[in-house]
Design a protein around this ligand. Structure first.
Ligand code: C5P
Length: 399
C-alpha cells in the first residue's frame, strides 16, 4: 500500500515533542495521505486540537464518549477507518497502557481495537526510556507486532543528554511508508508453511519428538496472512493458537506431515518448511502400552521421508525455503542442504544460542550463492518479516 491515498490516524500523547506532530501531520498530507488526529487529555496541555483541526479539516478528538451515536462509536469508527496508526510522541505512560491492554481514553481504546499496523515513536527523558519496565513494555509490544520508530540520542527538553529524543519526523514518515508497503505485497500468493516438532509414536502413550515450539512457523504464517497471502499452515503439535485467517491442518508424525504437504503443495506458490521434522521414527508402532518390568525395550528406528526433498523433486515453479538448525559449522551445513534438498533459500539457526521455545532467534539467510544476511537476537516476528521480504524480492526478480 502507498502512503498516497492511505488513511493515517495520528495519535498524540502528552510529551513536549507533541508540537512536532503538527509537522508530521502536514508532511503526511503533502504525501497525499488522509489524516485524522486523536489526542490524549495530556497532549492537549502541550498543543491545541485547533492546530490539527486547521491542518486536517477534521476535529482532533480526545473524548471516548463525545460524538457517540447509535450508528457511530468513535474508537471503533477510528479503528475501522485507519490503514495505520502512528503515535507521536509515545510517552512511557501510553506505552505502558497499551502493553497492559488499558483502553480508558479515545486513543488507547482505538489502539486496542485496530488490526492495522501501529507505529510508536517514543520521546521521553533518557532515564525514563532506559527504565527496565519501559524497556520490558517495548519488548513485549514488539513481540506482539507493534513497530517502534527508535528515539534518537541528543539533548533533551529536560536539559539532560541521552537517548529519548523523538526520531526525526521525516524518518518516522519513511518508516511508516516501509511498514505500509509490507501490507499487501504477498496478496496474489499461496503459501504452504509447516511448523512445530513432529511426534513419532512408540506406543499409545509415548513418542519421540524435539524441542521445537512452532513459534517461528506460526510467526511466518501470521505475517504472510497479514501481508495478503493465502496461507495453509501444516502444524505438528504446539501450544500456540492458530493465527487469524490462516487455514491450519493439524498433523502429528512426519508421515502425516508429508501427506498433508503433498496435498497442498500442488497449488502453492511458496513452501516454507519451518517444522522440525523428526529424522527417525520407530520401526514398529506397539498397539499396546509397553509395560515397565518387562526389561528395557528395544526400539529400532527407521528414517522418515525428507519432506522438503520429496516436494522439491515434485516442484513446478514453487519457491522453496527450508530451515537448518545446527550446533556446528552453521553456514557450511546450511549450504550443503540448499544443494542436497534443491532449495531456493535456507534460514540457518544457531542452536547454541538457545532458540528453542524462545521468542528471539539468531539467523543467517543463504541462497545458492552464499550468505545474504545475518541477524542476531531478533524476535521471531521480525525474522518472519525479513524472510518474507526476501521471498517477495526473489519472486519479483523472477517476473
Ligand atoms: O536435514 P535437516 O533435518 O537438517 O533439514 C532441515 C530442513 O529440512 C527443515 O526445513 C525441515 O523442515 C526439513 N526436513 C524435512 N523432512 C525431514 C527432515 C527435515 O522436510 N524428514
Amino acid at each position: 500500500m502507498n502512503i498516497e491515498g492511505s488513511n493515517i490516524l495520528v495519535g498524540i500523547s502528552g510529551g513536549i515533542a507533541a508540537y512536532k506532530s503538527a509537522e508530521m501531520v502536514s508532511l503526511l498530507q503533502k504525501k497525499g495521505a488522509n489524516v485524522r488526529v486523536v489526542m490524549t487529555e495530556n497532549a492537549v496541555k502541550f498543543i491545541s486540537p485547533i492546530t490539527f483541526q486547521t491542518l486536517t479539516g477534521f476535529p482532533a478528538r480526545t473524548d471516548l464518549f463525545g460524538n457517540w451515536s447509535k450508528n457511530y462509536i468513535p474508537h471503533i469508527g477510528n479503528a475501522q477507518w485507519a490503514d495505520a496508526v502512528v503515535v507521536i510522541p509515545a510517552t512511557a505512560n501510553i506505552i505502558g497502557k497499551i502493553a497492559c491492554g488499558i483502553a480508558d481514553d479515545l486513543l488507547t481504546a482505538t489502539i486496542a481495537a485496530v488490526t492495522v499496523p501501529v507505529i510508536l515513536a517514543p520521546s521521553m527523558n533518557s532515564a525514563m526510556y532506559e527504565n527496565p519496565i519501559v524497556q520490558k513494555n517495548i519488548a513485549f509490544l514488539r513481540q506482539h507486532g507493534y513497530y517502534f520508530a527508535e528515539p534518537a540520542w541528543g539533548r533533551l527538553a529536560c536539559g539532560t543528554e541521552g537517548r529519548g529524543r523523538l526520531a526525526p519526523v521525516e524518518d518516522i514518515v519513511a518508516f511508516l511508508e516501509k511498514v505500509l508497503t509490507l501490507q499487501d505485497d504477498l496478496s496474489s500468493l499461496k503459501f504452504l508453511i509447516t511448523a512445530g516438532g513432529t511426534r513419532e509414536p512408540i506406543d499409545p502413550v509415548r513418542y519421540i519428538s524435539n524441542r521445537s515450539s512452532g513459534k517461528m512457523g506460526y510467526a511466518l504464517a501470521e505475517a504472510a496472512r497479514r501481508r495478503g497471502a493465502s496461507v495453509t499452515l501444516v502444524s505438528a503439535p504446539t501450544c500456540l493458537s492458530p493465527p487469524p485467517g490462516v487455514r491450519v491442518v493439524h498433523v502429528e508424525s512426519a508421515l502425516d506431515m508429508l501427506k498433508a504437504c503433498e496435498e497442498h503443495f500442488v497449488d502453492a506458490d511458496v513452501l516454507i518448511m519451518a517444522a522440525a521434522v523428526a529424522d527417525y521414527t520407530p520401526e514398529n508402532y506397539r498397539r499396546q502400552k509397553i509395560k515397565k518390568g518387562q526389561g528395557v525395550p528395544e526400539i529400532n528406528l527407521k528414517p522418515t521421508p525428507d519432506i522438503v526433498k520429496e516436494l522439491s523433486g515434485q516442484r513446478k515453479a514453487q519457491f522453496i525455503v527450508a530451515f537448518a538448525a545446527e550446533t556446528d559449522d552453521l553456514e557450511y551445513n546450511a549450504r550443503q542442504k540448499i544443494i542436497d534438498k534443491d532449495l531456493d533459500l535456507i534460514v540457518a539457526n544457531d542452536i547454541n544460542k538457545g532458540i528453542f521455545g524462545s521468542d528471539n532467534t539468531w539467523i543467517s539467510l543463504l541462497d545458492r550463492q552464499g550468505v545474504i544476511a545475518r541477524y542476531s537476537d531478533i524476535s521471531k516476528k521480525e525474522a518472519a518479516e525479513i524472510i518474507l521480504s526476501t521471498v517477495a524480492e526473489r519472486l519479483s526478480d523472477r517476473n
